[in-house]
Design a binder for this molecule. Structure first.
Ligand code: CMC
Length: 428
């Protein structure tokens, strides 16, 4: 290997592959000619070492535990910014001026309602349906009401599509919750900002005035910021992959919602609270569950622990842990789950199994404790994650289309049956 290329010796020949530079972090080997030149493909289950694209949106360093949105460290963003500004930053690449901020907010507010027909669609779901399934279906259904494909090269069209998606999706998230509670479905209130508007749409009761609690809004804003993007994770890669077939924005985002639902990804926030409740009911012995997580014969995993990229503290988990402490204090709530989570973290971080494998608490470990303190039911946690991740999905979809990434189409190493002749059913 020299500084800017990798040399592969195979079958008595030598092949050179250029190295693609990065601003910071991993550089990539460009193997686009590998198969043509050698007849070989790479095999990397779970894409553990595979860069699927070149991106300018989010950077994370798993060894140092660093996360930047468009270059800004997450700690600064979480402390000083707000979710609307972060949505703008991810979508447009820079922090907005006052005018840009206000135009963006007004642009979203133009779409602060949902076609009444959507209510009939949500009506058809049973009340017991998981909100993530309903959210994915409703997001896809948006296509029916906005059938025109977006011309991504037109800045105006792309901006409008993003603003429309941001506005409508917050309604859908609120409605999935109201559906589970049997509450009437609300439209938005343009006197409020994005997070306040969602909060009111979701939680306003039909028989009383609604007061915006600044502690709740601040907590929601922070959580949404911390979930807003995380480079090429499973749901984002899904959105990009689906979009790479030139599938529309709403359908691509809908598939991202489905990917996020899984317990190894965004669904972990629900799984963490269920695990903490289980440990509490079982007498609170955290060591027993740490032992179960280490036992290879037992399928139990410590939910909210471990990460594909972070081999150090997830910087979001650090911020959320502190926020959980603050918010519970401000709301005067004592939650046994927080005590159990802290004990579990302490025991796991001192255990060789977790130390050797570099398994630390991730973003989902403490987020559910905050949602619970805000009165949000467990099944809604992953919907909250989706609301936060939406600007990231849109920004990544837009980047993929603008850069003209080719259709995503991995190859495989086939190990099935060799060619054989069809046998008629009578002779089998
Ligand atoms: N509990 C117990 N053992 C674990 C855990 C865990 N939570 N996570 C990883 N390990 C072990 C795993 O068994 C393996 O051990 P060994 O080397 O002996 O086979 C080793 O650590 C490496 O794990 P892996 O499964 O190969 O790692 P991965 O990068 O494929 O998976 C992960 C990453 C996040 C899916 C996994 O750590 C996990 O299942 N964690 C629990 C679910 C969770 O919290 N998910 C949220 C992730 S962060 C938010 C998001 O993505 O949305």
């Amino acid at each position: 290997m020299s500084d800017n290329k990798v040399i592969l010796n195979y079958d008595g020949k030598s092949f050179e592959y250029p190295i693609v530079d990065s601003t910071i972090g991993d550089r990539g080997i460009d193997i686009s000619k590998l198969r043509d030149q050698t007849g070989l493909i790479t095999l990397d289950l779970g894409y553990k070492n595979t860069g699927a694209t070149i991106s300018e949106i989010t950077y994370l360093d798993g060894d140092k535990g660093e996360l930047f949105y468009r270059g800004y460290p997450i700690e600064q963003i979480a402390e000083k910014s707000n979710f609307t500004e972060v949505m703008y930053l991810l979508l447009h690449g820079n922090l907005p001026t006052k005018d840009q901020f206000s135009n963006f907010e007004t642009g979203i507010k133009k779409y602060n309602f949902i076609a009444e027909e959507m209510k009939r669609i949500i009506d058809a779901f049973p009340r017991s349906a998981h909100p993530m399934g309903v959210l994915s279906a409703l997001t896809s259904a948006l296509t029916a009401f906005n059938p025109k494909a977006v011309d991504v090269k037109s800045k105006e069209e792309m901006d409008l599509a993003a603003e429309l998606m941001l506005a409508k999706f917050s309604h859908l998230c609120a409605w999935t919750y109201r559906k589970t509670q049997g509450l009437p479905l609300n439209h938005g209130d343009n006197n409020l900002n994005y997070v306040e508007n969602f909060y009111k749409m979701a939680f306003r009761l039909p028989y009383e005035d609604f007061e915006i609690d600044p502690v709740v809004v601040e907590a929601l804003d922070k959580l949404l910021i911390l979930h807003a993007d995380h480079e090429q994770n499973c749901s984002t890669s899904t959105v990009r992959m689906v979009g790479s077939a030139h599938t529309g924005l709403f359908a691509s985002i809908s598939s991202g919602v489905s990917a996020l639902w899984g317990p190894l990804h965004g669904g972990a926030n629900q799984a963490v609270i269920e695990m903490l409740e289980l440990i509490e009911k079982d007498g609170g012995d955290v060591s027993k569950y740490v032992a179960k997580a280490k036992d290879k014969e037992d399928s139990f995993r410590l939910m909210g622990f471990g990460h594909r990229v972070y081999k150090n503290f997830d910087p979001r988990a650090k911020i959320i842990k502190k926020a959980a402490d603050d918010i519970l204090g401000k709301l005067g709530i004592q939650d046994k789950a927080l005590d159990i989570a802290m004990q579990l973290e302490r025991v796991a971080l001192e255990d060789d199994y977790f130390v050797e494998r570099k398994l630390y608490p991730n973003v989902d470990f403490y987020s559910g404790i905050i949602y619970r303190a805000l009165g949000i039911p467990t099944e809604m946690f992953t919907v909250m994650f989706a609301l936060g991740r939406l600007p990231g999905w849109i920004a990544q979809w837009k980047e993929m289309r603008l850069k003209g990434d080719p259709i995503g189409r991995p190859r495989q190493v086939y190990q099935g049956a060799e060619k054989r002749d069809y046998v008629d059913i009578a002779n089998r």
